[in-house]
Design a protein around this ligand. Structure first.
Ligand code: SAM
Ligand code: SF4
Length: 330
């Protein structure tokens, strides 16, 4: 699949639920309204749509949400999709998770062929973690990471840089991750969906974070990309990899290779734009064929926009898009 700007689309992110057991302050409001369960694609429908993308050339699948591990039977979806790993049609299935349920699911994820995980942790101070996530238990997440590690999965820690919550802690978090053998990626807060706080009070440009890191370490830029939007450096003193995802200070759209499917079957061709394609409607038409699905996917890719333009430059501004990251699938 080639989009109008010549970019090859080989990466699909699938949000399997908009629900979550945490309520991170930059992601959701405290009293979040979730979709009625009847609106969600069934696991069979998710499998059929993901397979349609794989037939069209998607090589990498990321399962996300909301919190993917709170959806009942998500493991059987991953088990089934792993047949595409066996045929070689798919290079990898990965998962982005908050890690709260990782301890009990790590072994089965590994058996299904998941070799890499992204785990989101925005603080290593238990109280700060609990405040950011509105009640999360850091110890349980660390146990989950250990379980995944013991299963041989590579782990990347993701943290959103937050001016008032973790700005002073980020370098120590990188040092911890690298000492445990994990890569680390730091992310700018994006203006997606209404939350209870003002994102202006949270947003911390990564240009400043990087300057802080450079007072402590030597950072060597790497050519290495994982198929995602991060730009990587090696921290010479720790030997570990450090990624920067900078949707605000340094737009990365020119290399965009991905599209996102929501748990209701809406395909978003860009994280920061509103245009979408209703693939559930196609799927649920009587006698929907694979050719009809393929045509609907082609039609959507032909509308993929050039990029997003997120800004957080003044207090009280409205989000760039009304939907939350948890709906689109981060
Ligand atoms: N619940 C899982 C988790 O937290 O990893 C998966 C879904 S979550 C939406 C995926 C990623 O998006 C997480 O790393 C999270 O920190 C990030 N995220 C959520 N809202 C964001 C926002 N407004 N700006 C930047 N990153 C955000
Ligand atoms: Fe849940 Fe992930 Fe959003 Fe936090 S970032 S509220 S864990 S979906």
């Amino acid at each position: 699949m080639i989009d109008p700007f010549g970019r090859s689309i080989t990466y699909l992110r699938v949000s399997v639920t908009d629900r979550c057991d945490l309520r991170c302050t930059y992601c959701m409001s405290e009293k979040m309204t979730f979709l009625p369960k009847r609106d969600l694609l069934t696991l069979e429908e998710l499998d059929r749509l993901a397979t349609a993308f794989i037939l069209k050339g998607v090589r990498k699948l990321r399962i996300t949400g909301g919190e993917p591990l709170v959806r009942r039977d998500v493991l059987s979806l991953i088990d089934n999709l792993s047949r595409h790993l066996e045929t070689g049609a798919l290079e990898e299935i990965t998962l982005t998770t908050n890690g709260t349920q990782l301890r009990q699911h790590a072994a089965r994820l590994a058996r299904a062929g998941v070799r890499r995980l992204n785990v989101s942790i925005d603080s290593l101070v238990a109280d700060t973690y609990a405040r950011i996530t509105r009640g999360g238990d850091l110890g349980g997440v660390l146990d989950g990471i250990k379980a995944a590690n013991d299963e041989g999965m590579a782990i990347k820690i993701n943290a959103v840089a937050l001016k008032n919550d973790n700005a002073n802690e980020l370098a120590d978090m990188v040092a911890w991750a690298h000492s445990e053998g994990h890569d680390f990626t730091v992310i700018e807060a994006m203006p997606m969906g209404e939350i209870s706080e003002d994102r202006y009070d949270q947003y911390l440009p990564l240009s400043l974070v990087r300057e802080g890191f450079e007072t402590r370490w030597t950072l060597t830029p790497l050519a290495h990309r994982t198929g995602g939007p991060a730009r990587y450096v090696r921290v010479e003193e720790t030997g570990g990899q450090l990624g920067f995802i900078t949707p605000l200070t340094h737009n990365f759209c020119e290399g965009c290779n991905r599209v996102r499917l929501t748990c209701t079957g809406q395909l978003y061709m860009c994280l920061g734009q509103q245009d979408k394609a209703d693939l559930r409607a196609v799927l649920r038409q009587e006698g929907a064929t694979d050719a009809m699905l393929a045509a609907a996917i082609d039609d959507a890719i032909a509308r993929k926009p050039k990029g997003h333009d997120f800004v957080i430059d003044r207090p009280g501004s409205a989000p760039a898009v009304p939907r939350h990251m948890s709906t689109t699938g981060g």
